[in-house]
Design a protein around this ligand. Structure first.
Ligand SMILES: NC(=O)c1ccc[n+]([C@@H]2O[C@H](COP(=O)([O-])OP(=O)(O)OC[C@H]3O[C@@H](n4cnc5c(N)ncnc54)[C@H](OP(=O)(O)O)[C@@H]3O)[C@@H](O)[C@H]2O)c1
Length: 334
C-alpha cells in the first residue's frame, strides 16, 4: 500500500489524488497538512482523510507517508520536494515543476542523491489517448511531421487570493497553462527545441495573461504554442493540438483532460476519421502509474531530465518575451 500525504489543502488534490486513490487498491491518502490546523482538519473531514499533521515539515517527516503529493504553488515546489526527498519520501510534484530550470535541476539532483522517486504531474501523458496519438504518428500515417500548433486557454478570473495572479508564487498563463503545450510538442518530437520568438501580454499584477512562442526543433520542425488565462476567451477550457505531416494532419481536441470529452481526428488523402479513446481520468492513470512504478511493475515514463527540459523551454520563453527583465511590459523579440 502506498500511503500518500498531501502538502497543502489544495483544490486540485481532490481530483488529482483523493478521488483516484479511492479507486486504486494499492494507494490511500493518509495525511494532509495545510498552513493552519483548522484548514487541515476541515479538509480531512470533508474528504475522509484519516490524519492531519500540524505543518508541512511534520507531513514530510511523517512515518505514515510514503509518497508526498506536492500541490503547493510553484514557488514552494523546490523547498518542499527536496525536504520530502530528504526525509526518505517519494514525491509527485505538481506542474509547473519549479520556478525555473535551475530549481528543477536541484530537485532532480536531490532525488538522485536520496533514491526517491520524483515525477512532475503531467497527468495527460498517462491517458490512453496520448499513447494513441504517439502510435498514429509512429505508423507514418500522416508522414514526417512538418509543424505543430498547440494551445491551452482557460479563463481564470482575477482574485487576489488566486496564486495564478501572483508572479512571486509562480503564477501566470505560461507557468500554469503554457507548460502543457510545450510538454505536448516536446514529447511528440522527442527533443528540446530552441525558442525562435515569443511574446506575452501582462496583467497589472505582473503576471502574463497570454503568452505565445515559436519553437524550432533540430529537424526543422516548427511548433507554435500559445496559452491564455484572460482576455477575450470562451467561457470554457479550450485545449488543442494539431500536427501537420507531409501527407496528412492529426488534430486532438482536449489532449489535456480527455476524460471530460475529446476528439482525435486524422485527415489524409484517404479521408478523415474521428476516434474516441476510452480511458478513466488522466489522474487515475497517473496515480496508477506512480503506484506501479513504486512497486517496480513499470519504468518511469516522465523522468527528471524531462522536467528540467520543460522548465528550460519555459525559461527561454520568459527570457525572449521580456517577462523577467521588464515585468510590466509586453515584450517581443524574434
Ligand atoms: N494537474 C492539474 O490538472 C492541475 C490543476 C490545477 C492546479 N495544478 C497545480 O497544483 C498546484 C496547486 O494549484 P491549485 O489550483 O490547487 O491551488 P490552491 O487551491 O490555491 O492550492 C495551493 C495550496 O498551496 C498552499 N500554499 C502554501 N503557500 C501558499 C501561498 N504563499 N499562497 C497560496 N497558497 C499557498 C495553500 O494553502 P494551505 O496549505 O493553507 O492549504 C493551498 O492549499 C499548482 O502547482 C498548480 O499549477 C495542477
Amino acid at each position: 500500500m502506498i500511503r500518500i500525504g498531501l502538502l497543502g489543502a489544495s483544490r486540485i488534490a481532490r481530483e488529482a489524488v483523493i478521488a483516484p486513490a479511492l479507486e486504486i487498491a494499492g494507494a490511500a491518502v493518509t495525511r494532509v497538512a495545510a498552513r493552519s490546523m483548522a484548514r487541515s482538519r476541515a479538509y480531512a473531514d470533508e474528504y475522509g482523510i484519516p490524519g492531519v499533521e500540524p505543518d508541512y515539515a511534520a507531513l514530510v517527516a511523517s512515518d505514515d507517508v510514503d509518497l508526498v503529493y506536492n500541490g503547493l504553488p510553484p514557488s514552494a515546489h523546490k523547498e518542499w520536494t527536496i525536504a520530502a526527498l530528504g526525509a526518505g519520501k517519494h514525491v509527485l510534484c505538481e506542474k509547473p515543476f519549479a520556478m525555473n530550470a535551475g530549481e528543477a535541476r536541484e530537485m532532480v539532483d536531490a532525488s538522485a542523491a536520496t533514491g526517491g522517486f520524483l515525477m512532475e504531474a503531467f497527468h495527460y501523458r498517462f491517458h490512453p489517448l496520448f499513447a494513441r496519438v504517439i502510435e498514429i504518428l509512429r505508423t507514418g500515417e500522416i508522414g514526417a511531421i512538418r509543424n505543430l500548433r498547440a494551445h491551452f486557454r482557460v479563463p481564470i478570473a482575477f482574485d487576489d487570493e488566486e496564486l495564478r495572479y501572483h508572479p512571486e508564487l509562480g503564477g501566470g498563463a505560461l507557468m500554469d497553462l503554457g507548460c502543457y503545450p510545450v510538454h505536448w510538442v516536446r514529447t511528440l518530437i522527442g527533443e528540446d527545441p530552441v525558442v525562435l520568438s515569443a511574446e506575452a501580454e501582462l496583467h497589472r499584477s505582473g503576471v502574463d495573461i497570454m503568452a505565445e512562442a515559436e519553437l524550432g526543433f533540430s529537424s526543422g520542425v516548427i511548433a507554435r504554442v500559445q496559452c491564455a488565462m484572460a482576455g477575450s476567451l470562451p467561457d470554457r477550457l479550450d485545449a488543442r493540438l494539431s500536427v501537420t505531416g507531409e501527407t496528412g494532419r492529426l488534430i486532438v481536441d482536449n489532449p489535456l483532460a480527455p476524460h471530460a470529452g475529446h476528439a482525435l481526428v486524422v485527415e489524409t488523402a484517404a479521408g478523415s476519421r474521428c476516434e474516441q479513446v476510452q480511458g478513466k481520468s488522466t489522474y487515475y492513470h497517473q496515480l496508477q502509474h506512480v503506484v506501479d512504478a513504486l512497486g517496480g511493475r513499470t519504468g518511469p515514463l516522465l523522468d527528471g531530465a524531462d522536467a528540467i527540459g520543460n522548465m528550460r523551454v519555459l525559461d527561454a520563453i520568459v527570457e525572449m518575451a521580456g517577462l523577467r527583465s521588464t515585468p510590466r511590459k509586453v515584450g517581443r523579440k524574434s
